[in-house]
Structure formats: C-alpha cells, structure tokens
Design a protein around this ligand. Structure first.
Ligand code: BES
Ligand code: MN
Ligand code: MN
Length: 468
C-alpha cells in the first residue's frame, strides 16, 4: 500500500489543478449576480465527491443555496466522521487591490510560503481547506485505508450567516448522525508550530440607520440648526467604548466567561511576536481593551466594531449638504456565555436610548451565532493532536480563535456532537481581503494529516467502546 505522503507527492500537480478549477467559479453568496455560479459550484463539489469515492452524493435544496451531501459507508459498527465545509466565498471587493484576478487562480511566491501559494478568492476560506478533505478521501479509498464511515455536508451560505443550515439540520437529523464533526475552516499559528482551534467567538451583527430631516439640506442654510445624522451617528458610535476601550452597553459583559489566571498563563506560552504582528500590518501600536494582551483581545474578549459606515456625499469634489440619513454596519464578537440574541437586544435598547431627540434611530439585527469552546480531553481532540504530531513532528498547541463559525454551536445543540477544528490556514493568508492565498505546503500537509485523524479517531473510538 502506498503511503499518504508519496501519494500526495505523486498527485500534487493534479490536486492543485483540481482546486484551481473550483476556484475559477465565482461562488459569491452575498451577491445575487453570482447565483448561477454558486449553483454551478455546488454541482462541481458533488462531482468531486463522487470522483473521490463517495457511494452517494446529492444536491439538497434548501430555502437558500443548496447543501452538497455525500457519504461513504463501510460498516455501521464503525464510527462516522461528518465533514463540514463551505463552497461559497466572500465578495472579491475591492477589485483594484488584487494583483491577479480573484477568480483566476495562480501560484505565486510570497513571504512565509517557500513552496508558493495559490492566490484566489476562496483559496483558503474555504474551498482550498474543504477540498483537502475530498482529496484525503480519495487517498483513503484508493489505498483501501478508509477506517470508518464518512459523510460530507458542504454548504453555500456560510459567508452570509448559514441561514438554511439550521433548517436542513432539523430535517435531516438521522442522515447527519455522526460521532464527530470535522472542519477545516480555521488557521494555525505557523507552518512550524501547528495549533488546533479550541474556541470560536460568537457574533451579533446589526445595521443601524439614523434619520434626521426629511430631505438633504443645504449645509449653509440649515447647518448648525438641525441634527446632522452623520455627526450624530459618529458620536453615538464613539460613545460605545470608554477610555479603557471597554464596551459601554449596559449588561454587555454580564455573562462573559472570565478565564482563570492559569489558563491565561497557559495561553501566553504560545509563540507570538508583537513586533512581527505590528510590522505585518504596518501599524505603530496595537489598540484594545486595557488589561489584556493582543492574543487575548482577539480571542477570549468580546468586541464591537464598525464594518462599514455611509451617508451623505462621497463622490468627486465637494458638495455642501446635510444628509437626511446615515448608516453603519456593526459587528460584535462574543465569547462564552454571551447569548447573541440577547446582545442584539441590549445593543438595540442602548443605541435607541442614546439618540438625541432630533433624529430617529432604527436598529436591524442581521445574523449571529453563539461562541464555542471544545475540551482538549475528547478523543476527537486527541486524534487531531496525534495526526498533527505525525505529520509536523511536533505537538500542536490548543488555541482559541477570534473568528466565528456560528453553526458549530448549532451542531452541538442539534446533533449532540463535538466539532474538531483542524485548520491549516495562516493569519497572513488574507482571507476576506484582496490577494487571498493558501500555501501549497499547507494544502498538501492538510491532505496528508486528515487520513491520520481518521485512523487515530477510529482507534480511540474503538478502545473507548471496549472499555465500556
Ligand atoms: N472561516 C471563517 C471563520 C474563521 C476564519 C474562523 C479563521 C477562525 C479562523 C468563516 O468563513 C467566516 O468568515 N466567518 C464569519 C462569520 C460568518 C457568520 C459570516 C466571520 O468570522 O466573520
Ligand atoms: Mn470559512
Ligand atoms: Mn469566511
């Protein structure tokens, strides 16, 4: 039997070519212009699952974009791994900052990736990482080493809040039954220090609208006498943080899980260079909540950020105007045990209460999800840890991430199973940004590591069964 690393080396060019084909389809879920491309991508994922060795693969319709489901069952007495991923991608904007086309994948040399990286929207988030699982299945089927049953659930709405996923899970409990959920949609510390993501932040996303006069006004005739919605909105937003950069919404921190000093000192052991961090972003200093380190601020602490703000005149030249309305999109990253719907409500109540009389405020909740933490003593975590140790030669560090995959807590609630986050991306991969990329090393290493997870998981699962 051929071992995985020689299989990967031999098929490297094909693996890259097949991923490039997937990356060429612009599956932007946020923009209806791309709806046919999103559907075509679902079809391509299904074909790839069948080609890799699934017994069955289908496109499952939902109220939104379809979910691609696939499975290969070998023995009902063996455990089942459910792989989740997403085939949709973020919009490529701003287009002019891409050095090569977002849907024209190319391998280029870039710092930190001596073997080059594949540049395209979705290269890392999540087509490249999802496709590692498809190729890992291909190897296990080809070599006759698939040790357990496998199911795939690949969705097309992750980047817009996974609205149809809950709908789908509720209706397909039996079909989705599993012993562990495996996701590659996060990152690791570096190519020489792997890590396993043990936490994700929750999210509350809202849009606010501040309306003043019933029409745009001449800023000379009316300026100074009526509330300018942009001035007011800017002030309201500024008041949401105090001098210590803590969020001022009453009750916001009430349920925040405080991390023990022991766990904080454990976290602080992960390799991190503040100088490199600042250099990579070209900033003179970091910024955030007093009393916490940069790593803590971006993982175990909640945040509030404006993602976009608009209103008034933003075209060429100058126009003197007091706009009738101003808008902003605001996200709050949450930690255990904050509840995203409750936080939306706290935000709404507070934001409405601080508005001056001269304006009207509307707060519209968008979407959200709960935070997630997973224990490191589960057999899933142990299997992942062994798999990384096998392929990287060092034990991975458990690390909480600042990003959100809202469906992970939903899986636990609905399917009662734990999720293992085996991410192979790097923070420098520019996900959601222009020039997103995924290291060739990372892509191939992922394909090599995944089959080892299956092997270790099945062994640990069976020995656990024998004990009970
Ligand atoms: N894959 C990311 C989440 C992520 C990236 C987690 C890196 C940890 C490390 C996912 O596709 C994503 O972008 N999630 C959104 C939330 C979603 C509801 C739009 C996010 O975190 O902003
Ligand atoms: Mn993702
Ligand atoms: Mn994403």
């Amino acid at each position: 039997m051929e071992d995985i690393s020689s299989y990967v080396q031999k098929n490297k060019e094909r693996f890259i070519g097949e991923l490039k084909d997937l990356l060429k389809i612009p599956s932007v879920s946020a923009d209806p212009v791309f709806s046919q491309d999103v559907l075509n991508t679902a079809e391509a994922v299904k074909e790839n699952l069948l080609k890799a060795g699934c017994d069955r693969a289908e496109i499952c319709d939902t109220p939104g974009y379809p979910i691609v489901y696939g499975e290969k069952s070998i023995d009902p007495d063996l455990p089942t791994v459910l792989v989740y991923g997403h085939y949709d991608v973020q919009p490529p904007d701003p287009m002019d900052l891409w050095e090569s086309g977002p849907f024209d994948p190319v391998i280029k040399q870039t710092p930190g990736h001596p073997e080059g990286a594949i540049f395209a929207r979705g290269a890392c988030d999540d087509k490249g990482q999802m496709f590692m699982h498809v190729k890992a299945l291909e190897y296990m089927v080809q070599s006759g080493t698939l040790p357990c049953n496998v199911k795939f659930m690949i969705e097309g709405e992750e980047e817009v809040g996974s609205a149809s996923l809950e709908w789908f899970i509720e209706r397909n409990q039996e079909k989705l039954k599993n012993d562990v959920i495996l996701i590659s949609d996060t990152g690791m510390i570096s190519n020489t220090q792997p890590s396993i993501t043990t936490g994700l932040r929750g999210l509350s996303y809202v849009e606010v609208e501040v309306t003043g006069p019933n029409r745009d006004l001449h800023s000379g005739l009316y300026g100074g006498a009526v509330a300018n919605p942009i001035n007011v909105l800017a002030g309201m937003i500024a008041s949401l943080h105090d001098e210590n950069n803590r969020i001022t919404i009453p009750g916001f921190y009430d349920k925040v899980e405080e991390i023990s000093p022991e766990e904080r000192s454990e976290m602080a052991k992960a390799p991190f260079s503040l100088e490199q961090y600042k250099n990579a972003l070209d900033i003179d200093d970091v910024y955030g909540e007093a009393g916490y380190t940069t790593n803590e601020r971006s993982s175990i602490r909640p945040t509030l950020d404006v993602n976009g703000i608009w209103g008034g005149y933003t075209g060429e030249g100058a126009k003197t105007v007091i706009p009738s309305a101003a808008y902003a999109k605001i996200s709050m990253r949450l930690v255990p045990d904050q509840d995203w719907e409750e936080i939306c409500q706290l935000f709404k109540d507070h934001f409405e209460s601080i508005a001056p009389k001269g304006v009207k405020v509307v707060v519209k909740p968008h979407h959200g999800g709960q935070a997630y933490v997973t224990p490191i003593d589960s057999i899933g975590y142990q299997a992942a840890s062994k798999a990384y140790s096998d392929t990287f030669g060092i034990t991975p560090i458990p690390q909480r991430s600042g990003g959100s995959i809202p469906i992970v807590s939903l899986f636990e609630k609905e399917l009662k199973s734990k999720t293992i986050l085996m991410g192979f991306g790097l923070n420098s991969d520019a996900i959601h940004s222009p020039n997103e990329h995924f290291g060739v090393f990372n892509y191939l290493k992922g394909i090599e590591t995944i089959p080892l997870f299956y092997r270790h998981f099945t062994e640990l699962f069976r020995s656990q069964e024998n004990e009970s």
